[in-house]
Design a protein around this ligand. Sequence first.
Ligand SMILES: Cc1cc2nc3c(=O)[nH]c(=O)nc-3n(C[C@H](O)[C@H](O)[C@H](O)COP(=O)(O)OP(=O)(O)OC[C@H]3O[C@@H](n4cnc5c(N)ncnc54)[C@H](O)[C@@H]3O)c2cc1C
Length: 488
Amino acid sequence: MMKRILFMRSFLVMLGLFASSDALFGAARSAASMPDNGIQKTTEETKDAFDVIVVGAGVAGLACAKKLKENDKNCKVLVLEGNNRIGGRIWTDRSLGEKIPVDLGAGWIHGPDGNPITDIAKNVGLAQWFNHTFTRGSSMFDVRGNSESRTRLWDLGKELKQYASDLFEEDEKVGDQSVQAIVDQFVRVRNLTQDDALLINNWVRWVIESDYAATASKLSLSQPLTDLGGKEDSPFQGDDVLLTEYDRIIDYLATGLDIRLNEKVTEIAYDLDGVTVSSASGKKITAQYVVCTVPLGVLKHGDITFTPDLPTSKKNAINRLQMGILDKIVLEFPTKFWPHSLSYVTETQGQASNFFDYSHYVPKPILIGFIAGDAAQELEDKKDEEIIHGVMTTLRSTQDWKTIPMPDPEKYLITRWGKNPFSYGSYSFVPVGGSREDYKVMAEPVAGKIFFAGEATNYNHPATVHGAYLSGIREADRIIKPVGAVAV
Ligand SMILES: Cc1cc2nc3c(=O)[nH]c(=O)nc-3n(C[C@H](O)[C@H](O)[C@H](O)COP(=O)(O)OP(=O)(O)OC[C@H]3O[C@@H](n4cnc5c(N)ncnc54)[C@H](O)[C@@H]3O)c2cc1C
């Protein structure tokens, strides 16, 4: 069945008749009509030609491959993964102990109600976290290390949201400005005291910069406006849920799939007959279609050559969108010295800006620090010892804890997502000068042969696990359904 659909699809693509999706139709037509278009006839073929090659075994790639196999078990789907593990930006570390799983990448399900990841999580035995009562805690500390009024912080955050939404309603162009520009304007117009100005900037560090992995002066207001204005438009609601073992979702999606590790793809060549995917190990594997799910950072870095080159619109979108950085610093202490209710300590920009009490989830005194944007980029160049020293200085400067003896951590884990050669960053964001529309261009297929999935191709839910998952399903559907529009 799959074979027939794939054949039909190739045939229709050749005739320029395939699919009602503008992007696909347009791409197929333009490729076919170029007289000297550089499309090379594939010459090197392996015997084991596949129907579909999926590049990347992150959540998008696995969801796509699984859906293709579920649709037709005879469909020959191969997943090529450059790294020596599957999961990509879902990465559960167990080096602190088998019973101490720590997610170095994604940790939360954002908006669990109605979220497809929720169903999988419950199926694979992670249901207990949906009833876990620990929320984000109640103690917060300001930049000078003093306990501060959490209520005031949230009130100011709410006011800023309203302020930004009102401006946006008056003139949508306000979305072209940076988040920081609007924060500065808010401080000026509202004539905030120095303390309140500090608080609102802390709120931005904590809520916006951590969520978007980008420094507020670089992040276009257009992206978090939905957050600033409330997330009521999202189909996925509810308080975020921390899973602790996100890789169980990955294992579930990967079951039964043909996955080859350590196959770093270096070239995707395509013509009207199909695709040839080359890897650093020297293999060339052919297929009818390829679904490229590598992160935006990998595309920006030019690690994969597309032959012929990608359309200019796609290249422009790749150039314009940016990869943000969110890093985690996991600290295991000999004793739990912090109060039960601790959730976050806010700090000056350039230091770990907030800490999460992980001892609510695992039987060890562990704090996880988060650092985002430019501050994270700077941190990644530092030595481990220097980073730990900086983090401990931050914690020890907390006014309320000055009398508490604070031991050094016994063990630690530090991520450096910006330097990770399989992502070059944590997740995508829209910078000042960019546009959310670029996410739609990222999702456009090329020549009816190359399909794109991954968080940075999801206009509605970028930078999330569920966004990546849905993009994989979307591209599987695009391949499965010979005719008919596919939601982007
Ligand atoms: C620190 C951090 C915290 C996060 N927190 C959350 C959170 O709490 N909740 C949430 O919803 N999301 C979170 N995210 C975002 C979420 O992890 C991602 O959006 C999602 O996992 C991306 O999935 P993907 O399949 O698009 O990409 P990836 O998971 O990156 O998969 C792409 C795959 O392609 C592989 N690859 C790269 N280059 C090549 C190549 N040349 N050849 C072959 N394979 C290649 C990679 O190794 C990888 O396995 C977080 C991310 C990070 C880094």
